[in-house]
Design a protein around this ligand. Structure first.
Ligand SMILES: Cc1cc2nc3c(=O)[nH]c(=O)nc-3n(C[C@H](O)[C@H](O)[C@H](O)COP(=O)(O)OP(=O)(O)OC[C@H]3O[C@@H](n4cnc5c(N)ncnc54)[C@H](O)[C@@H]3O)c2cc1C
Length: 572
């Protein structure tokens, strides 16, 4: 920077007006923070004008879900960003279960306008460095040479570059990023798609009518989202192709290393080594080869004194549990790139997960840079109101449900004042790493899947509430903590509707009218059992002297009987 250049000072600079940048800007704006979003395009949400290439979102939009309360509707509306205007949501744009991506781009543009977010469009950021005047502020330069200086810098630039594996001859291939999507261009062709993720299957399905043969190949086997619960694994909406493979429709899924790709006499010769056939090799011939091997984050705008650490083979930035760079203080990340913290486990890579991460990120930034305590509600230190609050949260919150085991609530108990402070929707790792994890008496509330093996569609279900710790399905888990030590934990059995409130489903029409289950013939009684067991857990835990309590082994699976003679679904 020269002495004659003018510079614009802003507290919080956000880079990118995709859904992540908009979501963070919304929270900044609501609290009247000094912020600005810089966006290369002349409009918000441009990613969705181009991707997914075949035009359909795989995040669901279930309009008829029976709920009238917005927070519960968000469990089935995976696309709307969070806001206080319940009437403004993506479900007003379409009732398609898998919506059109262009409509979503329109919704994002409207979101930016509806909340009058401070976005400067047509601003391509080409250089980011740190001031060397002792302030450590970020100095950001756009392609027109304009300068900005900020206290925090939040990168929400998504994954904009194709990830291309190192295979000899890979440069000869086409890429999902810019391939033709007109099936006519593939008529009667032999097609190899490298990759087995959603973009590979989306492409294969789209071209199914046209190609003479389609092969999908990569070294690892397909992972189904219904088995792993990870959205990035193959979604059922994209697996029509699998059926045509297994039922011999001239399509195949090959587990194989691609050793070499050459172009000979106008066709691709591809040498492969099968993964599960004792090293058997083959040379295959194709008319086209398309890489659907994923995307990566592009950090090219960072200068010498501001290069952030990278992770995951340099595909994503390395970050702390508070989504801050591991080596550049006050540099934060928002959006799909947050996925490095729960890679291939939960949903930070997609909208329905990262919108809740960003709410928490906003609160962390406000705490660290605006001296605003992390928001909380006060509760009396008494079992019933605490149990009420938890049942309400696990029955209605979408963040706990969509980020299982990753986002959790944290309730800190102060027995001297008789007051508990209930904080919503933090990353569990952040709870443990931050001052929350230093508290001598606190609880972490999550929803989690249990361990299971085998076919997810034929699992034995644990019907006994006192053995809920065995539950393989999504269910609430409450941990009593002292520092990083686990004192006791309680599980609540899964519920068909993910709703444990006493009046059952709070929507208009009940689903379960009767349930014949260990002597409990009506569902209210069934719900009451869960509530009572939770109250029972808190009555005992609130009486425990945490300073002298023996921590339990995290791996322990042996439950103990409750001292009040009712068996409980907990480990202690
Ligand atoms: C093929 C594909 C399909 C997907 N489908 C879905 C789906 O159906 N549902 C779902 O929930 N998720 C989906 N995702 C995940 C998807 O990446 C995110 O949901 C979402 O787009 C990420 O939002 P974001 O705001 O983090 O990034 P983006 O939406 O990518 O936004 C980043 C913004 O930053 C701007 N930008 C980048 N660099 C600069 C710079 N140097 N200067 C200024 N501006 C810059 C860009 O112009 C862009 O507007 C998909 C991802 C891929 C790769």
């Amino acid at each position: 920077m020269t002495t004659t250049e003018t510079i614009r000072d802003i507290d919080h600079l956000i880079l990118g007006a995709g859904p992540a940048g908009l979501q963070l800007a919304y929270f900044m704006d609501r609290e009247q923070r000094d912020y600005l979003v810089l966006e290369a395009n002349d409009r918000a949400g441009a990613f969705y004008e181009r991707f997914p290439r075949h035009g359909k979102l795989i995040s669901i939009n279930k309009v008829y879900n029976g709920y009238t309360e917005r927070r519960a509707q968000l469990r089935y509306d995976w696309n709307s960003l969070l806001c206080d205007d319940d009437g403004f949501n993506f479900q007003n744009y379409t009732d398609a279960y898998y919506p059109n991506a262009q409509l979503y781009a329109q919704y994002l543009r409207d979101y930016a306008a509806r909340f009058d977010l401070k976005i400067q469009y047509n601003t391509w950021i080409s250089d980011v460095s740190r001031a060397e005047d002792g302030t450590d502020r970020f100095i950001v330069r756009d392609a027109d040479g304009n300068l900005y200086r900020s206290r925090t810098f939040i990168v929400a630039t998504g994954v904009s570059k194709p990830y291309v594996p190192e295979i000899p001859g890979i440069e000869l291939t086409e890429n999902y990023f810019d391939m033709s999507i007109d099936p006519k261009d593939y008529a009667d062709q032999r097609l190899l798609i490298i990759g087995k993720g959603n973009s590979a299957f989306e492409t294969a399905n789209h071209l199914l009518n046209a190609t003479r043969v389609t092969h999908l190949a990569s070294p690892g086997s397909i992972k189904m989202a219904w088995q792993s619960h990870f959205f990035g694994h193959l979604r059922a909406v994209n697996n029509e192709f699998l059926d045509t493979y297994i039922l011999k429709g001239q399509n195949s899924v090959l587990d194989a290393n691609i050793d070499k790709i050459e172009k000979v006499d106008g066709e691709y010769r591809v040498n492969i080594t099968f993964t599960h056939a004792e090293g058997q090799r083959a040379e295959m011939a194709y008319d086209r080869v398309i890489c659907c091997t994923g995307f990566r984050w592009d950090p090219k705008f960072f200068g010498e004194n501001c290069r952030p650490d990278m992770a995951c083979e340099d595909r994503l930035p390395a970050m702390t549990s508070g989504w801050e760079s591991t080596n550049i203080p006050n540099l934060y990340y928002a959006g799909t790139i947050m996925q490095i913290r729960d890679l291939k486990k939960t949903m930070s890579n997609v909208l329905h997960g990262f919108r809740f991460n960003i709410k928490s990120l906003y609160n962390i930034i406000a705490q660290q840079h605006e001296s605003t305590p992390y928001p909380s509600h006060k509760l009396p230190v008494a079992a019933e109101p605490i149990a009420d609050k938890i049942i309400d949260r696990v029955s209605s919150d979408a963040g706990l449900m969509h980020q299982p085991g990753f986002l959790g609530d944290c309730m800190v108990v102060d027995r001297e004042t008789g007051e508990a402070r209930y904080h919503e929707g933090l990353a569990v790792d952040y709870i443990l790493d931050s001052e929350f994890g230093q508290q001598q008496d606190y609880y972490i509330i999550t929803m989690e899947y249990g361990d299971f093996e085998g076919n997810v569609f034929s699992l034995e279900r644990e019907p006994h509430p006192e053995k809920a710790y065995n539950d393989a399905y999504l269910h609430p888990r409450i941990r009593h903590m002292r520092g990083n030590a686990l004192i006791a934990e309680h599980h609540i059995s899964e519920s068909l509707e993910n709703d444990w409130r006493l009046n059952e489903h709070c929507g208009k029409r009940k689903l379960i009218r009767a349930i014949d289950f260990v002597g409990q013939e009506d569902p209210t009684q069934y719900q009451q059992t869960h509530f009572q067991k939770l109250v029972c857990f808190f009555e005992r835990q609130l009486a425990v002297d945490t300073a002298s309590a023996t921590p339990m082994c995290h791996e322990s699976s042996s439950p103990t009987a409750c001292s009040t003679a009712c068996e409980v679904s907990e480990k202690a």
